[in-house]
Design a protein around this ligand. Sequence first.
Ligand code: NDP
Length: 326
Amino acid sequence: MTRAILIDKTDDGQSASLTDVTLPALEDGQVAVEVAWSTLNYKDALALTGAAPVVRSFPMVPGIDLSGIVRESRAPSLQPGDRVVLNGWGVGEKHWGGLGERAHLSADWLVKLPDGISLKQAMAIGTAGYTAMLCVMALEAHGLTPASGEVVVTGASGGVGSVAVALLAARGYRVAAVTGRMAEAGYLTGLGANSVLDRAELTGTPRALGKERWAGAVDVAGGVVLANVLSMMAYRGVVAACGLAGGRDLPTTVTPFILRGVTLAGVDSVMCPLPDRLTAWQRLAQELDMSKLEAMVTEVPLAEVPAVAPRFLDGQVRGRIVVPVN
Ligand code: NDP
């Protein structure tokens, strides 16, 4: 038996609570991880509230992220005592996840944590922060450098956005942070933003082309915000699109692509191949200012996770939430 959040579904609806669960038996190729820390991301909130069909089978232990110590291994690549981090791979959706004291996971899904990142810091980063780094990598793979011009980050006060602002600023980019919460302007400049824009500037009906403002973009919003960002990209600008906090539609035209050579680069963290994950985590260890990470973090006890999750859907979470588990 182990303690975990369990999501269940009955004819009366969906419920989530802290309870005792029995894990499935450990199989060849798997390891047993004692979870030290987990976290909450937007997707966990969708799973916990049932707002979107993230959970594919019930009952489900949610949690797309965890960090911890390998306690038992039936795979040659990992040994008891190894410090590991897990992001995605359908964990918390199809496979029991990180919001519990212990998890049985395929060794192929786990990244050995680089020296210099603690188990807590790994979850302060979490899928949101690792995705922010994948976005930076996507922008740079398309030729963006600090000399190219300013980079805009939408949903900047959220998890992906906060880490993206800090990472880009640390690499010497000028960063424009877009937020629906102008009260967080001081927080965002503290993370390294050069300017803070009210999201309302990007929610009007998008024009085919607007003034050229940005060389790069990290977008967590989708919808009309992404359409406006695309119309305001400078010639040969590049946009890393990873989210749908503002909607999954994209009311745009091909004009930015065919007249300005703008690139729309999609970013997926869930099935991202291992070499890119290793690069992302190594770069996070080297480039992320850990004092800025500290400023992003709020701790939420495991038992309070179901009550906190709905705040994501209202856009009310600032930065990152970490969950101490063991
Ligand atoms: P958060 O809830 O922490 O951040 C989202 C932020 O988006 C909010 O804090 C808010 O920031 C902003 N926002 C909220 N509502 C709207 C709206 N209607 N229009 C525009 N912006 C809005 O979530 P995460 O950072 O964890 O995730 C962000 C998005 O990225 C989610 O859609 C998530 O599913 C996606 N994601 C995708 C991944 C992938 O693999 N592709 C991996 C990780 C996340 P503010 O108040 O500052 O505007």
